[in-house]
Design a protein around this ligand. Structure first.
Ligand code: NAD
Ligand code: DAU
Length: 347
């Protein structure tokens, strides 16, 4: 089978390819990625020379380039990871989110429709729990929760989800969707909460916590997300949506304190000076209070469940960042530093 992965040089896509390319030699994996600031081909060094892996630099918002890639590789399956993914960036500049997340998804759907006649192929859309908006203190998101996105990022992902379902209902395109909670783990760009806090703590820089730090996220180790996606690709029902989550709700301030404690244990430092770096900063506009995923459907129907607990996953993640300082340095380009200065100087 030819499996075309979009955004395979980003955090989740690279973890997915790194895991499955060596384990599934019977399939050929094609990675198309624009290589934005969030991408790093160095993350794929272990698989880049393998016979069943190929990379092409493609902007999914460029319809002709997407068509050309589909004509060259004629994929049987598309797993669509590519997106602008950072909520704060979508507030500072939403245009790229509309372009990549909506127009890019549209271009991929059109190419699929063109090359897959009569209900063949599979388009797997990787989406987020943020499309459901914010929860109060009670309740969980199920697959039938009404869409109510808060940020330009989540609105653009919601629009892409709607397009994917519309192509199934209208044109019979075989699609599956997964909506997942917050991922963490190796190779995550250090603009997101967990890797930002780890790298700032190691550099002795402030740990900027938005608002009071009381917002709650449901954290899932990235490898568990990748395994859930592959389970749905292989065994999920066409036209269905599966929510994926860790059943692991934690307040942001607890995440940051946990990280300080693990960093102290792993480096032999005192925890107090690390916790002393915690700085409360101006809240994110439209900040969703709480996310919680009800993953009953994927658990009961497909038998998936996460392998990592938050304690084991967080320690693995801290260890990975400690052992891979060169990776972090390599992604902190001039553009990264500009973004960090721009985002936090206004808070
Ligand atoms: P990321 O920002 O780390 O990586 C995104 C990748 O997409 C990068 O390699 C980037 O170069 C590529 N890309 C961006 N614009 C592109 C374009 N126009 N053409 C081609 N490639 C382009 O994102 P991630 O965290 O790995 O997220 C992957 C997917 O999973 C996204 O669709 C995101 O919405 C979804 N998701 C993420 C999380 C999370 O916690 N990170 C949770 C649920 C769902
Ligand atoms: O829920 C899934 C989503 O999780 C994905 O769809 C997104 O792509 C991904 O970026 C993530 O979105 P969040 O906004 O939840 O993640 P982020 O790491 O940006 O923030 C996590 C929480 O931490 C959130 O409540 C905001 C807060 N935060 C974040 C940063 C970057 C801080 O308090 N300080 C910070 O510096």
């Amino acid at each position: 089978m030819i499996i075309l992965v979009t955004g395979g040089a980003g955090f989740i896509g690279a973890n997915f390819l790194d895991h499955y390319v060596p384990r599934l030699p019977e399939h050929r994996f094609v990675n198309i990625d624009k290589l934005t600031y969030a991408a790093n081909l160095g993350s794929l060094a272990a698989i880049s020379g393998r016979d069943n892996y190929v990379f092409r630099r493609v902007d999914i918002a460029d319809a002709a380039a997407v068509d050309a890639a589909f004509d060259e590789f004629k994929p049987d399956v598309v797993i669509h990871f590519a997106a602008e993914s950072h909520v704060d960036r979508s507030i500072a500049g939403p245009r790229e989110f509309v372009r990549t997340n909506i127009e890019g998804t549209f271009n991929l759907l059109e190419s699929c429709r063109r090359i897959w006649p009569g209900g063949t192929g599979l388009f797997h859309h990787v989406s987020t729990d943020e499309v459901y908006g914010s929860l109060g203190d009670e309740g969980m998101f199920t697959e039938t929760t009404r869409y109510d996105p808060s940020s330009p990022y989540s609105a653009s992902k919601a629009a892409s989800d709607h397009l994917v379902r519309a192509y199934h209902r209208t044109f019979g395109l075989p699609v599956k969707l997964t909506n997942c909670s917050n991922n963490y783990g190796p190779l995550q760009f250090p603009e997101k909460l967990i890797p930002l806090m780890i790298s700032n703590a190691l550099d002795g820089k402030p740990l900027p916590v938005y608002g009071q730090g009381t917002n709650v996220r449901d954290w899932l180790y990235v490898q568990d997300h990748c395994e859930a996606i592959w389970t749905v690709v292989e065994h999920g029902r066409v036209g269905e949506t599966y929510n994926i989550g860790g059943n692991n709700e934690v307040r942001n301030i607890e995440v940051v304190k946990n990280l300080c404690r693990i960093l102290a244990e792993e480096t032999g430092k005192d925890v107090a000076p690390l916790e002393g770096l915690i700085t409360y900063v101006k809240d994110r506009p439209g900040h969703d209070l709480r996310y919680a995923i009800d993953a009953t459907k994927i658990r009961t129907e497909l038998g998936w469940s996460p392998k990592e607990t938050f304690a084991t996953g967080l320690r693995k993640t801290v260890r990975w960042y400690l052992d891979n300082r060169a990776w972090v340095d390599s992604v902190r380009t001039g553009a990264y530093r500009q973004w960090i200065e721009h985002n936090y100087e206004r808070r």
